[in-house]
Ligand binder design. Structure first.
Ligand code: AMP
Length: 281
């Protein structure tokens, strides 16, 4: 597996794989601290693309001033081993200056969508995400890029961006990978104390509750939101950020949940912000 550090190296790798090797190119963007959720994306990419690059880049522009950019977990050697074991052919790990040259002043703003859900509570977050993913797509020119449903609002933003900017890259969405007890895997779960780790289960329980209610015929978004809020109100350490039922394409709130409705929650468990969701069938 190759370790690539510059945009020129990544583009050269991608073009060589496509032109000389006749391969389709898959890209898996990550911020590192890889876990089984990331592994599922790499595995899916390797199953459908002849050449797979995993990017590992903690993107400063998607963090707010008081967020965890400076202490974001990092495990580069283990990440490379995991990426290779799952079938990656290259890791792209640029420095910040490589993706944001001195004086960088160009950003991608997906209007409307970027201000909803996580974008409402983390101003500028999706602008940072869209900007870095655009840079990665321009550099790697992938046929497919793989993202997790775990960050479902991010998927909506990136799908809109890929269509609007005519990237021609297929955005592939992979299911949420969970711990055996239901907690969605996240690089940030390492921040949780054992007690918070237990309390964090309230998020996946809220999601499961909403799934059970809709399977039983409940369609009123208000009733589903209320039920989820009750599930999250079990511990003083849990502070709800949002509980929303929205159209997965537009991220606009819906009154009646149905196929394509994204039901999403975000909550602080102690000092750690966690998210979870389900797409209703
Ligand atoms: P991150 O490194 O947190 O930026 O995540 C990189 C990619 O992995 C994103 O597309 C995430 O949605 C995806 N991802 C993170 N956690 C999970 C999970 N538990 N299951 C599936 N995909 C995930």
């Amino acid at each position: 597996m190759e370790i690539l550090r510059t945009v020129v190296e990544l583009r050269r790798w991608s073009r060589k794989e496509r032109n000389d090797g006749g391969k389709t190119i898959g890209l898996v963007p990550t911020m590192g601290a890889l876990h089984a959720g990331h592994a599922s994306l790499i595995c899916a990419a390797a199953a459908s693309c002849g050449a797979v690059a995993v990017s590992i880049f903690v993107n400063p522009t998607q963090f707010g001033p008081n967020e965890d950019f400076a202490r974001y977990p990092c495990s580069f050697d283990a990440d490379c081993a995991l990426a290779e074991a799952e079938g990656a052919h290259a890791v792209f790990a640029p420095g910040v200056d490589e993706l944001y040259p001195t004086g960088a002043a160009t950003f991608v703003d997906v209007e409307g969508l970027s201000n909803r859900l996580d974008g409402a509570s983390r101003p500028g977050h999706f602008r940072g995400v869209a900007t870095v993913v655009a840079k990665l797509l321009i550099a790697a020119e992938p046929d497919r890029a793989f993202f997790g449903q775990k960050d479902a609002a991010q998927v909506s933003v990136l799908r809109r961006m890929a269509v609007d900017l005519r990237f021609g890259t297929e955005i592939v969405v992979c299911p949420i990978v969970r711990e055996a007890d239901g907690l969605a895997l996240s690089s940030r779960n390492v921040y949780l104390s054992p007690d918070e780790r237990m309390k964090a289960l309230a998020l996946s329980r809220a999601i499961r509750c909403v799934e059970a209610l809709t399977a039983g015929g409940e369609r009123r978004a208000g009733a589903l939101i209320e039920a989820a809020r009750q599930m999250l109100a079990v511990a003083a350490e849990i502070r709800v950020d949002y509980v929303e039922a929205v159209d997965w394409g537009t991220l606009e709130p819906v009154e009646t949940a149905g196929p394509g409705t994204l039901f999403a929650v975000a909550a602080w468990v102690g000092g750690t912000r966690l998210i979870d969701n389900t797409i209703l069938g």
